[in-house]
Design a protein around this ligand. Structure first.
Ligand code: ZN
Length: 131
């Protein structure tokens, strides 16, 4: 039996974010990329986070943070553009995680851009608050 997708879609991982995280397809929309990046955080797949970022972050620092943080809930607040025909998109979300027995909510307005037909997370255009 396959696992349920961490992004909370209710679908199995393989038919949801797994297609993108496992490299079988590219996320068609900004929201799909955002969800798959969340799933990669939940499943501790640092390579996917680096591959899908416009400004490639330091893989080791991502990987070591992932080891400590347990992501357990995602809520998409809203999306603007980011569709299959767009070149830019915004996805606002809240992601819940635990780190050393403390619960946190990461609230982010994420910017995404499409380059050569693929969506990337644009860290420099994004705003993050952790509560
Ligand atoms: Zn998913």
């Amino acid at each position: 039996m396959q696992i349920e997708c961490p992004c909370g879609s209710g679908l199995g991982y393989e038919e949801c974010c797994g297609k993108f995280v496992e490299g079988k397809a590219h996320a068609p929309t900004a929201e799909a990329l955002m969800r798959s990046r969340y799933a990669a955080y939940a499943l501790k797949r640092a390579d996917y986070i680096v591959q899908t970022a416009l400004h490639a972050d330091n893989r080791d620092s991502i990987a070591s943070w992932m080891e400590k943080a347990e992501f357990f809930r995602l809520e998409i607040v809203q999306t603007k553009r980011g569709g299959v025909l767009d070149k830019k998109g915004i996805v606002e979300f809240r992601a819940w995680f635990k780190e050393e027995d403390e619960e946190y909510i990461l609230h982010e307005i994420s910017a995404f851009v499409k380059r050569k037909g693929r969506w990337y997370y644009d860290e420099e255009g994004s705003e993050t608050v952790t509560l």
